[in-house]
Design a protein around this ligand. Sequence first.
Ligand code: NAI
Ligand code: MG
Length: 493
Amino acid sequence: MTLRLDHFIGGTWSAPASGEYFASTNPATLDVLYEAARGTDEDVRRAVAAARSAFESRQWRDLTATKRGHLLRRLGDLVVEHAEELAEFETLDNGKLLREMRGQLATLPEYLYYYAGLADKVQGSQIPTSSITMLNYTQREPLGVVGAITPWNSPLTLTTSKLAPALAAGNTIVIKPSEYTSRTILRFAELASQAGFPDGVVNVVTGFGNEAGAALVSHRDIAKISFTGSTLTGARIAAETASRFIGSTLELGGKSPNIVFGDADVANAAMGVVAGIFAAAGQTCIAGSRVFAHRSVYDELVERVSERAASIIVGDPLVDATELGPLAFGAQLEKVSSYVDLGVSEGATVRTGGGRPDVDLAGYFYSPTVLTDVDNSMRVVREEIFGPVAAIMPFDTEDDVVGMANDTDYGLAAGVWTQNLARAHRMARRLDAGTVWVNTYRAMSPMSPRQGFKSSGVGIEHGLESMHEYTRLKSIWINTDEGPVSDPFVMRG
Ligand code: NAI
Ligand code: MG
């Protein structure tokens, strides 16, 4: 019988009010892995109530920031202990390479440790106002119940980026994981409980976006929504949260440029381009999907990238030698394959890939694909494909490439390959992207803040700045003058 997973609410497993479950499959084999509870309004209400009562409990409210840090550190230790199990399950659920998920699980505890350390370093300040008898100071307070809605591509990492600062700051949380990858998030909540977080501090309601997700976003007791996913869903969430005057942190899509100058080490740059678009089968928000090569190295770069792309080993993501696994679900495969067809109909040339590879498994595999004869006016270059499809374009001058690179609705990340130091800094300044990498791609750290510009998002994840996303600033005035109140009809300061 198929394994059935319930919601995790108030520290215990909780069957869905609807009584319904939905299947999660392994995209490499199409085997059903387990069934998760199909969350509805009623489940969300219970989870938010549990989170609210945990937030108001003395047990959580009176815990010092240092002690909250201890709990996060313990959770980090438990993740270390269970890393292999968690990595394997993420691979089974979303098809990403086990190598990649092991790497993610190895760094994930660092996020928990980093915010554990920051928990008791969030400070207010004392402000010199215009009156020496007034003491004015600020303090940063938790918001309340945070709703976290997360995607399937890096389930635990992207959930931890929200949970760690939210809990460090003293909030409680209700997580709605992607319907494609519920399992490791449920296990993570169980580990949080084991680490000693009081019941109700971490809750998980599984289910679909338009049911459980929408119910969470519209719940009146939610103080903030933190979301990672598509720009379309992000726009809906932004509208709903704005109408209730609550904040949202939105980490959305991208169409990031990866720019290779004539003075770059072309062999290295080619590897950087391959890493940028074919790692994780291109299913990352930061994918370097638009490649710009200086005309002097264009042919060589296209050649090198296409050659490496054609030799990528596609297959079972559990096998060490595999370099590219399946796409995460059927709709992803359809999306990628219809975009490539669209590109061809728009005039693109397929240098390599462009179809399904010959793989011994039934899953949603698609070949690494390189398109040339493309330009910024085509939909394959303007829209996020979220798959292993690179579009390579030539450019002549630095001004030209800055213009083309910035001519996009998105602004998440950008890569620059050059040996010229002045140009590297100049490009970093001129590119309209929240993260710029020079002679590298896909570098990330809990300490480094990241933010999407333009349609790639609102708000900051990682770094000290992200703690502030989960607090509100209060200004407190104390009159230290015990004398009589003078003129009551004027403002004081
Ligand atoms: P999505 O944005 O629909 O889903 C992300 C999360 O939001 C999931 O947990 C989903 O259940 C939830 N959700 C969906 N509709 C919702 C609603 N109306 N209210 C509240 N929550 C809702 O993305 P999906 O369908 O998983 O992937 C589609 C495309 O989105 C991808 O092909 C890719 O282009 C983009 N995407 C970008 C990601 C990123 O890292 N920036 C991650 C995942 C997807
Ligand atoms: Mg799955």
